[in-house]
Design a protein around this ligand. Structure first.
Ligand SMILES: *[C@@H]1O[C@H](CO)[C@@H](O)[C@H](O)[C@H]1NC(C)=O
Ligand SMILES: *[C@@H]1O[C@H](CO)[C@@H](O)[C@H](O)[C@H]1NC(C)=O
Length: 219
């Protein structure tokens, strides 16, 4: 390992325990129970398959270059609501396969959010949480307890995965604009609602602006 690649002091303990490659830090499968201190220039941080239970406000403070955080398959049940909010470059957050009931506040720079396989109910999503994320492409909330489609969704969104939640209904204007029939939501080509107790035939006007009809169960 050569010193200084990350601008980190030679022998930063995290780069002895984890693997630091360029500006990426890999701490997968190390039985960690908290987020270790990571070099300040880190852009990509991976700590999958550990035993982390909590994300503290200070864990990612001042990590101004971080673009991707992947905490898949830990035991996280609580995240300080502002833990990620001050990260100016953050684009991708993967916290799938944890135990969180509250999706934390996230910066407007997000392109991908994957919080599938958690305990998130509708109360666990902030009001208008995704509205200002004008670059958001992928929103994955599969296998939670969500009972409504979180609105409004930015026009940038390509994929909305809500399989195996508890969504029972939607409005005719959930995706489209019934006052403007010229409005087309070109990007949103991948909506998954299978595994929800919803009857998509009840809202036949709800899909007219979409390139493809959502996938749901035939009930
Ligand atoms: C979280 O921060 C608190 C202080 O705010 C500290 O006592 C605790 O040890 C921290 N937990 C972890 C897992 O770092
Ligand atoms: C689903 O909705 C359609 C249209 O309202 C209705 O004809 C159909 O019976 C409904 N299916 C079930 C299982 O309720």
């Amino acid at each position: 390992m050569s010193p200084g690649i990350l601008g980190a002091p030679w022998g930063m303990p995290t780069c002895l325990l984890c693997t630091c490659l360029g500006s990426s830090v890999y701490c997968d499968d190390l039985k960690l129970d908290s987020v270790p201190p990571i070099p300040k220039d880190t852009t990509h941080f991976y700590a999958r398959y550990n035993r982390i239970t909590k994300i503290n406000k200070s864990d990612f403070a001042f990590m101004n270059k971080l673009k991707r955080i992947d905490l898949t398959a830990n035991k996280i049940s609580s995240i300080d609501d502002t833990a990620f909010l001050g990260l100016p470059e953050l684009e991708e957050l993967v916290i799938r396969e944890n135990h969180i009931s509250q999706l934390p506040a996230l910066p407007e720079t997000m392109t991908l959010i994957d919080a599938s396989h958690n305990n998130i109910g509708s109360k666990g999503i902030h009001n208008e949480a995704f509205k200002d994320m004008t670059s958001l492409l992928y929103l994955y909330l599969t296998d939670n307890h969500i009972d409504y489609i979180p609105l409004p969704l930015p026009d940038s969104l390509r994929s909305l995965h809500l399989q195996r939640n508890n969504i029972q209904s939607m409005l005719e204007d959930t995706f489209c604009n019934l006052k403007d029939f010229n409005y087309i939501r070109n990007a949103l080509e991948d909506i998954r609602l299978d595994g929800n107790p919803i009857n998509l035939s009840r809202t036949p006007q709800a899909y007219i602006c979409l390139p493809r009809i959502p996938i749901g169960d035939l009930i």
